[in-house]
Design a protein around this ligand. Structure first.
Ligand code: CP
Length: 339
């Protein structure tokens, strides 16, 4: 080849690799409308964050000088604490507001409360609210990243992501993020569960098959439209499942099926039922658990149980969600997505 032609060949830029998919919005409101690759992008980022979420890890500096406000107008242990920890592991300043300690108690509106947080410099608001759509509402009212930490019966996207992460980890699917062949049973009060809705969205997007089960008043037929199978027989749901997510039944909801005792007699994940699960199957629960109602204490404490791992994985998942939202809002550079 003539020297000049060789030079031209050498100077030609290498074909540019396609940019990896990234969460496209400064808000994380739900997973039901998300593209599978956008869900994968968050989980890949969570996988990168995981070593930095472990106790004793040196905090990352991606959110230095940024402020994340927790606005929890409904009770929470896991989600609130792990969002706080996630923000601090990224070196953000955190603000924490709960119903009991806020002027919401004096009648201040959600709008004015959120504006107050932004006026104090909040770049992101993590909101939990009893009403579906509260997080979406905030995206229209304040200039900040909005992360939904559970809104009514609608969605709990970070729980859906961490549950998918826990299943992917247990069955070595975190690299491929292809869950085909994995069967997940979600059992309990589906009708009132935002966790079930986000779990179904995340798991089916990754290719898992999901079967939901609950007593008829708590497991409406509309659930099939979310892409899962539905049964009113717990043993049918458990048959062949790789993972079982048990859902909490609130005292007042159990009245729809008789009493908590009647519910437990018919629907509890007992040691006998757990003993019939396939080898290697895992037991999950988003918490808080009603031991002795939906799950027997010995199953909750068994080797199959992954509840503590679910909680631990909430931190890297929420780190990833914060990074993705801040990046989409152009508050941090793309390099921050490679911790
Ligand atoms: N899983 C969950 O949302 O738990 P908390 O209500 O404690 O946040």
């Amino acid at each position: 080849m003539p020297a000049r032609a060789r030079q031209r060949t050498a100077a030609r830029p290498a074909a540019r690799a396609a940019a990896p998919p990234r969460w496209p919005s400064p808000h994380i409101l739900g997973l039901q409308d998300a593209k599978p690759n956008d869900i994968r992008a968050l989980l890949r980022l969570a996988l990168r964050c995981e070593p930095h979420a472990r106790p004793g890890a040196k905090p990352l500096t991606a959110l230095t000088g940024r402020t994340v406000a927790n606005l929890f107008l409904e009770d929470s242990t896991r989600t609130r604490l792990s969002f706080t920890l996630a923000a601090r592991r990224l070196s953000a300043i955190t603000l924490d507001l709960t119903t009991n300690a806020s002027s919401v108690n004096k009648g201040e509106s959600l709008h004015d409360t959120a504006k107050t947080l932004v006026a104090m410099g909040a770049d992101a608001i993590v909101i939990r609210h009893a009403s579906a759509g509260a997080a979406l509402l905030l995206t229209r009212e304040v200039d900040a990243c909005i992360l939904n930490a559970g809104d009514g019966r609608h969605e709990h996207p970070t729980q859906g992501l961490l549950d998918a992460f826990a299943i992917g980890e247990a069955f070595s699917r975190l690299k491929s993020l292809d869950f085909s062949g994995i069967r997940v049973a979600i059992i309990g009060d589906l009708a009132n569960s935002r966790v079930a809705r986000s779990d179904i969205a995340a798991l089916t997007a990754l290719g898992a098959s999901v079967i939901c089960a609950g007593p008829k008043p708590l497991a409406p037929d509309e659930f099939r439209a979310l892409g899962c199978d539905l049964t009113h027989d717990p043993d049918e749901a458990l048959e062949g499942a790789h993972a079982v997510q048990m859902l909490r039944v609130q005292t007042e909801r159990a009245a729809a099926v008789g009493s908590l005792k009647e519910y437990a007699d018919a629907w509890q994940l007992t040691p006998e039922r757990a003993g019939r699960l396939r080898k290697g199957a895992i037991v999950m629960h988003p918490g808080p658990m009603n031991r002795g109602v939906e799950i027997h204490p010995s199953v909750a404490d068994s080797a199959r149980a992954r509840m503590e791992r679910q909680v631990a994985l909430g931190v890297p998942v929420r780190m990833a969600c914060l990074l993705a939202a801040f990046h989409a809002k152009k508050l941090i550079p793309a390099s921050a997505l490679k911790p």
